[in-house]
Write a protein that binds this ligand. Structure first.
Ligand SMILES: Cc1ncc(COP(=O)(O)O)c(C=O)c1O
Length: 405
């Protein structure tokens, strides 16, 4: 089903547990990409010949696949970008041009750098301030890594102009209560962006039910090609944003003096997009749907529950392990340290055993530092991973630990 998973690493059978960084691709996505490059490789929206029509259809069909996958109302709500990062930058840059000195942008204490830095850049440009909804660790009231949304009540003042949430943390794996938080922000007229880079993989997302104003995610984390992102936006708010980048395809008419812009969504898609990569979202999202629905979905969900309990118990039973991210509403992302051992050294030894895990700061330096760590190890599972792989990982981890202690 996913050819890379039966491959080898360092001469050993591969156990790929770095899915929060990027997913491995199913056969249908690989075949699609190869076929599209041969049969439909022409620039989109531009030419009058059949090859270009085919390419445009594949690109626009993928927009429809995304629309349907997240239940967006229309194609104008789906903007293709180059990744979650560029989706968030688009909003931070364009939305925040209306901000004035003293205005506030709220972010979460468990944010990925790409949901921190774009807001800081935007704030610096107009004197706005970025404020952080703290985690229990930051408040010194716990070590779970959960965001203390109770703090939001006093933070949601008239100065707040936008709230940038994280659906699921790439460190703790905890699922944030985005729906109710959005309702609280909306009660005060504050729009909300949700970073769904991890959320889209592990949760059924219905943007209309969630009622977010923006939802950002990346194709590569959900079995599609790299270099493609999605920004969902409500029509009424997208209509108020100025263009982000200028160039071909985002215009209606251009003179040397003045340009008028194309309607949504193309207004935000300047230049040649990664059209083949974006088109791969059609088979990628079909695969995602297959993994979560019917009998397959049921079987994989049960396996995921087994993986969750096994991993939680295996890590908790070692007194030398500190896990960052505990709680009931958690996805299979396990971040931790073993006392006295450098996470990078562990990752290197695990590589020699065929196990791919991430080490370092995981693009969430403030959160990792708040735990008192400056490097961590992360094993992140996708629905295609098995309990067997979790057991191999723990066995290899013990071996690596014994070699390093
Ligand atoms: C929660 C979260 N947000 C944003 C990103 C950035 O995604 P990308 O690098 O695909 O833009 C990631 C990637 O790991 C993530 O986990």
């Amino acid at each position: 089903m996913v050819p890379a998973l039966s491959g080898k690493m360092s001469g050993e059978a591969l156990v790929y547990l770095d899915n929060a960084a990027t997913s491995q691709k199913p056969r249908q996505v690989l075949d699609f990409l190869g076929d599209a490059m041969v049969q439909s490789n022409a620039n989109v929206h531009r030419s009058m010949y059949e090859l270009s029509d085919r390419s445009t259809s594949l690109y626009e069909n993928a927009r429809e696949a995304v629309r349907s996958f997240i239940n967006a109302p229309g194609r104008e709500n789906i903007i293709f970008t180059s990744g979650t990062t560029s989706s968030i930058n688009l909003v931070a840059d364009t939305f925040c041009r209306r901000l004035a000195p003293g205005d506030e942008i709220l972010i979460e204490g468990d944010s990925h750098h790409s949901n921190i830095v774009p807001w800081q850049l935007a704030a610096e440009r107009n004197g706005a301030v970025v404020k952080v909804i703290p985690t229990d660790v930051m408040l010194g009231i716990g070590r779970s890594g959960r965001v203390v949304f109770e703090e939001l009540e006093s933070m949601l003042t008239d100065r707040v102009k936008i709230l940038a949430l994280t659906h699921i943390s790439n460190i703790t794996g905890l699922v944030n209560p985005v729906g109710e938080t959005i309702a609280k922000a909306h009660a005060r007229g504050i729009p909300v962006l949700v970073d769904g880079a991890q959320g889209i993989v592990h949760q059924k997302v219905d943007v209309q039910e969630m009622d977010c104003d923006f939802y950002a995610f990346s194709a590569h984390k959900i079995y599609g090609a790299t270099g493609v992102g999605i920004l969902y936006g409500k029509t009424q708010i997208l209509e108020t944003l100025p263009p982000y980048m200028g160039g071909g395809d985002m215009v209606e008419t251009v003179t040397y003096g003045k340009t008028t812009y194309a309607p949504l969504p193309l207004r935000f898609e300047a230049g040649t997009p990664n059209f083949t990569g974006a088109a791969s979202l059609t088979p990628a999202l079909e695969f995602a749907e297959f993994l979560r629905s019917g009998q397959t979905g049921k079987v994989l969900k049960e396996e995921e529950c087994r993986i969750m309990s096994y991993m939680a118990e295996a890590l908790a039973s070692d007194p030398d392990v500190e896990v960052y991210g505990t709680g009931v509403n958690k996805t299979p992302i396990f971040t931790f340290n073993i006392k006295g051992i450098n996470a990078g050294d562990l990752a290197q030894l695990l590589d020699k055993m065929g196990v791919a895990v991430r080490s370092g700061l995981m693009c969430a330096e403030p959160l990792i530092n708040s735990f008192g760590a400056n490097s961590v190890l992360r094993a992140s599972f996708a629905p295609y991973n098995t309990l067997d792989e979790a057991q191999t990982f723990i066995k290899c981890l013990h071996r690596a630990k014994n070699m390093l202690l």
